[in-house]
Design a protein around this ligand. Structure first.
Ligand SMILES: [Fe+2]
Ligand SMILES: [Fe+2]
Length: 298
């Protein structure tokens, strides 16, 4: 779907209003997103806001000091993290820590599903960052936005599973009976909206940047890809994440179509795939801290 039509949005709102306890971000996260879009905000101010939430600060520092970033000395405060990693990277760490926190508390979610879900989401996030570096428009800002978009691209699924269990079991039944049907088409017929619509809606409620909301909305859309490079990057990253042999994602999104023209749209040679998957495997082995935190054990 290119964009949510007014009618779909109304329906979505109606359903979402019925969903109680839609995951909410930490208060500090809301404060940060307010100031973060202001280019004049200093690292010092952002650091001071994050520091008001000691639990979030601890998580952000844990991720900063994880082997994923390969920093040789220990970073002990957020301001230092901003100086070393850059503001955009710290923003994506705050987003990661906040969503892990918001969803790990949900007991309605099956542990095994959740584990596979986050492994896939993290693979897509790391891969989105890799792809954005290959497309050469990959300034740090874009690769970090790609990371957050990749991490959140399927977040709507967690909301369906945890808040609309009856509809989810219908979707699952049809998927099992009709393996040739795409998952998003099945979602559309059961819910009148998809996990992309729902994820994008939640991201906008969280006040995430508009480009992330738009890319989540369009990560399965063939039409949107040619006009939105972030949606294209996430579509490719999503598909390549499925090819990552480390991830056992039988239940997650195997049945959605891959729009191969995405390589051309991004100006990339498909032979890059081998190199990209190699990089993903390398980065993934350094991402244990992210995985543990996503599982609520880190
Ligand atoms: Fe998806
Ligand atoms: Fe996905």
């Amino acid at each position: 779907m290119m964009e949510t039509s007014e009618a779909t949005e109304k329906k979505l709102k109606l359903i979402i209003d019925k969903i109680h306890n839609l995951p909410t971000p930490p208060i500090v996260f809301t404060q940060i997103t307010k100031v973060i879009n202001n280019p004049n905000t200093s690292a010092y101010e952002i650091g001071a806001i994050i520091a008001e939430d000691p639990a979030l600060t601890a998580k952000v520092l844990k991720l900063t000091n994880s082997s994923y970033y390969g920093i040789s000395r220990t970073i002990t405060n957020v301001k230092q993290a901003i100086v070393i990693l850059g503001l955009e990277a710290v923003k994506s760490l705050v987003i990661s820590a906040s969503v892990f926190e918001a969803f790990s508390k949900n007991s309605a979610l099956d542990r095994e599903y959740l584990e596979n879900f986050w492994r896939h989401s993290l693979s897509a996030a790391f891969m989105a960052k890799i792809v954005s570096r290959f497309v050469k428009r990959g300034f740090l800002q874009e690769s970090e936005i790609a990371f957050s978009g990749g991490l959140l691209h399927d977040i709507g699924k967690l909301i369906i599973i945890s808040h609309l269990p009856e509809e989810y079991s219908k979707i699952k039944t049809v998927m099992e009976k009709q393996p040739s049907f795409s998952e998003i088409d099945i979602e559309s017929s059961v819910l009148q909206f998809t996990h992309s619509d729902l994820g994008s809606y939640m991201a906008s409620k969280w006040n995430l940047p508009g480009e992330i909301c738009f890319a989540i909305l369009n990560h399965h859309s063939q039409e949107a890809m040619s006009v939105d490079s972030l949606a294209a990057i996430i579509h490719l990253a999503d598909q390549l994440a499925h090819k990552n042999e480390i991830v056992d994602d039988q239940v997650i999104e195997k049945s959605n179509p891959f729009h191969e023209e995405v390589w051309e749209v991004l100006g990339l040679d498909p032979t890059n795939e081998v190199k990209m998957l190699e990089l993903l495997r390398k980065e993934y082995t350094n991402a244990e801290t992210f995985i543990k935190m996503a599982q609520g054990t880190g």
